[in-house]
Write a protein that binds this ligand. Structure first.
Ligand code: ADP
Length: 351
């Protein structure tokens, strides 16, 4: 039989948050308590997603029903977990957070599902990494709010249907293509989050600076936004690094110049690329003559996981055209060569 004790890797909202490989615990703690917007009104950018959710939430409330299951797709740090918090807040349900890799056995998932109350929200991060055995239990849970247990085998096999409270599943994934069709089809709402516009990132930086009582000048906010790879989590993280720099090396205020100086120390260049981004680009340029080259070859040369490159490094480089994906592999975009030259000079010139 299955082990029905809740997974030790499960965290419930209101107390703790999931630590994904892409967010550091220190950022999580501070973001969770003060920086995460708690309502759709406070959520900056992604206007179409916000509008879709506003309508769906208002309609579900009007009918007195739980919201349909929601699937959110997009690179790390764009606000998927934040939306799950907001949905729970707006629907008045409790939020339980877990992730695909944390649910190793069917019993881990069943333990969580049977503890959900009517209208609760279950957030599964990296849902594309759910083991297949576990995923199959989710089908009837999502569709019929029930799980079927099969006891014994062969002629003695009996099945028992266990009723669940009607809950809302919010799934998040960086790779929607890896989701099986039966799972994808069971979500009523599907939204892809895109990288944020610079103007939205300026507003996010300004809001976080207010909450953290940081004196961020408009030009400082602009430079910060331009160098944050279109990602709110990165804006918040860099803001804290620049705050340290301003307090130790400056007068505590953050001007454009302060951001330039502090980010050069962090190895972040004019386009917001990190040392890993540049190593990735340089590998294609220098080892593979600008490409095309397969991701596994790049990963092997860099000694990095190919999943990290695909989930964390590539989406922004593809978005900005620094890298192009072709059927034969990855190839550098035209501006990547000129940027590599100037990016290298800017950061390495300081050493
Ligand atoms: P994901 O789950 O997609 O990796 P998160 O929801 O954890 O991303 O977002 C990372 C951080 O970025 C949050 O803690 C929050 O402070 C900030 N953030 C994300 N989206 C927004 C937004 N739309 N407006 C303001 N802050 C945001």
């Amino acid at each position: 039989m299955m082990d029905e004790s809740p997974s030790p890797l499960l965290f419930s909202s209101g107390t703790r948050d999931l630590t994904t490989p892409h967010s550091r615990p220190e950022d999580q703690a501070e973001e969770f308590f003060s920086l995460r917007p708690s309502s759709l009104r406070e959520y900056i950018g992604q206007s179409e997603t916000v509008e879709t959710l506003e309508i769906a939430i208002a309609a579900a409330k009007k009918r007195g029903e739980p919201l349909e299951h929601v699937l959110l797709h997009g690179p790390p740090g764009l606000g998927k977990t934040t939306l799950a918090h907001i949905i729970a807040h707006e629907m008045g349900g409790r939020l339980t957070l877990t992730s695909g890799p944390a649910l190793e056995k069917a019993g881990d998932l069943v333990g969580i599902l049977t503890h959900l109350s009517e209208g609760d929200i279950l957030f599964i991060d990296e849902i594309h990494r759910l083991p297949r055995m576990v995923e199959e239990f989710l089908y009837s849970a999502m569709e019929d709010f029930a799980i079927d247990f099969v006891f014994d085998k062969g002629v003695h096999a009996r099945s028992h249907r266990f009723r669940l409270n009607r809950f809302v599943l919010v799934g998040a994934t960086t790779r929607v293509g890896l989701l099986s069709a039966p799972l994808r089809d069971r979500f009523g709402l599907f939204r892809s989050l895109d990288f944020y516009e610079e103007t939205d990132l300026v507003r996010i930086a300004a809001r976080s600076a207010d909450l953290l009582e940081i004196r961020l000048h408009p030009e400082g906010a602009q430079v910060l936004a331009r160098r944050s790879r279109g990602t709110p989590r990165i804006v918040n993280r860099l803001l804290k690094r620049v705050r340290d720099y301003a307090q130790v090396r400056g007068d505590g205020h953050i001007y454009g110049k302060t951001v330039h100086e502090a980010l050069a120390l962090e190895g972040i260049d004019a386009l917001g690329l990190t040392p890993l981004d540049r190593r990735y680009l340089r590998t294609i340029a220098e080892f593979y003559g600008g490409g095309p080259v397969g991701i596994e070859a790049i990963a092997a040369t860099l000694q990095e996981e190919s999943d990290t490159l695909v989930d964390v490094v590539e989406p922004y480089l593809l978005k900005t055209g620094l890298v192009v994906r072709t059927s034969a592999g990855r190839r550098l975009g035209a501006q990547a060569f000129s940027h590599l030259g100037s990016g290298l000079r800017e950061v390495e010139g300081r050493k």
